[in-house]
Design a protein around this ligand. Structure first.
Ligand SMILES: *Cc1c(COP(=O)(O)O)cnc(C)c1O
Length: 396
């Protein structure tokens, strides 16, 4: 019966029945004339989630990691310098990917639990008077630590240094769950995926690309074939795909966008904030600490929570899975063994979140954590009862 339980990992997220059904499609010919009618509106509507009118949506059959690679390979050349801060496992992995593509990666090391350091970016960009830095890379929501960074502040830092570098943002675990303002923040490439805020299965990388980044394609010399923006855009413009498209995910995406717009993006963001706040009230009641260093960094899609000294977070997540059939996120990288994560994004309600809190409390009690059984659930219940918007009844 454990497959009835929701997952509390920060992606892939729970797939609502409506989307599972939407993805159950018989084979269709992607070269038939009606594929245009299927795909073009999806590309157009996806822009609304990125808050862009000038950006171009480009998708690939791949997980989010392929989206990182596509962003880099289409716009940069071997030896180009990119500026990145490392503050968690995902920013670390994007750095690794850049290094393997022979980019010169200028790294700002930051403590895990902190966010994108706009002031340090500004200093590095101001010092770069020859403009060798071609792009600044930011992980919007660092899924390993539960930290949401201020992308607008990074844009302000680039502008303050009067630097022409492009701004690339990983929004895989934030897009469609918290506000994202591609045009306002002057983002040149935003990278997302199908399996988090869009509540679908894994397998589609979703990018939004600015006119400036598209211009960079002409001089970029990194190799690309499968991930070539030019092939994809050319095929898409006549309603096609350069190879076989992931048809079921495209159908899923169409329905996911409908769901998000029916609820209303503002309501979706408000729901994520409320659910996250309920989780944070529980963490406080348990007497535990978030990895995120301060409230303005708290992520509304995932909370990383330190276990008390002397406890092993892997034993906790293993026990929750073995005993209760519920998955929570393990601690990644530096946080392995030290923290566990509760994913609270995608298709989730108050009731589901309360079940997750109740479950992890049982697991903690079983392992003799100094945590009062029920304390976190009560804190979240009180918060949810007193903050319940009417819109929530029809949500998710
Ligand atoms: C999930 C995630 C990714 C993409 O991972 P894939 O497994 O390749 O889809 C990238 N960045 C962040 C911040 C993520 O949370």
């Amino acid at each position: 019966m454990s497959d009835q339980n929701p997952v509390f990992i920060p992606g892939p997220t729970n797939i609502p029945d409506r989307l599972r059904l939407a993805m159950q499609v018989q084979t269709k010919d992607h070269r038939a004339p009606d594929f245009v009618e299927t795909f073009a509106p999806v590309l157009e509507d996806t822009k609304k989630v990125f808050s862009t009118t000038s950006g171009k949506i480009i998708t690939f059959p791949s997980s989010g990691t392929g989206g990182w690679e596509a962003a880099i390979c289409n716009t940069l050349s071997p030896g180009d310098t990119v500026l990145v801060a490392r503050y968690g496992m995902f920013s670390h992995r994007w750095i690794d990917l850049c290094q393997r593509h022979s980019l010169n990666v200028q790294i700002i090391e930051c403590p895990w639990g902190s966010g994108a350091p706009a002031d340090k970016f500004e200093a590095a960009l101001s010092a770069d008077s020859d403009h060798t830095i071609k792009a600044v890379l930011v992980t919007h929501n660092e899924t390993a630590t539960g930290v949401l960074s201020d992308v607008g502040a990074v844009r302000a830092a680039i502008d303050a240094a009067s630097h022409p570098a492009m701004l690339f943002v990983d929004c895989v675990s934030s897009l469609g769950s918290v506000p994202f303002q591609m045009d306002t923040w002057g983002v040149d490439i935003a990278v997302a995926g199908s399996q988090k805020g869009f509540m679908l299965g894994t397998g589609m990388a979703i990018l939004a690309v600015s006119p400036k980044a598209l211009d960079a394609m002409d001089s970029a010399k990194l190799h690309r074939t499968f991930f070539d923006f030019r092939d994809m855009m050319k095929a898409n413009s006549s309603g096609g795909f350069p190879y076989t498209p992931p048809l079921s995910l495209i159908y899923g995406m169409r329905e996911s966008l409908k769901m998000l717009f029916e609820e209303g993006l503002e309501n979706v963001y408000a729901r994520h904030h409320r659910l996250a706040e309920g989780v944070r009230r529980a963490v406080e009641a348990w007497g535990l600490k978030l990895v995120a260093q301060s409230p303005e960094l708290y992520s509304d899609t995932v909370s990383a929570i330190y276990v008390p000294d002397g406890f092993d977070s892997n034993a906790l997540t293993d026990h929750a899975f073995a005993e209760y059939g519920v998955s929570f996120g393990i601690g990644l990288g530096e946080m392995n063994g030290r923290a566990f994560r509760i994913g609270h994004l995608g298709s989730l309600t108050d009731v589901m979140v309360l079940s997750g809190l109740a479950t992890i409390e049982m697991a903690m009690a079983d392992l003799d954590y100094p945590v009062d059984l029920g304390s976190g659930v009560i804190a979240a219940q009180n918060y949810f009862r007193n903050s319940r918007p009417t819109a929530v009844r029809s949500a998710a």
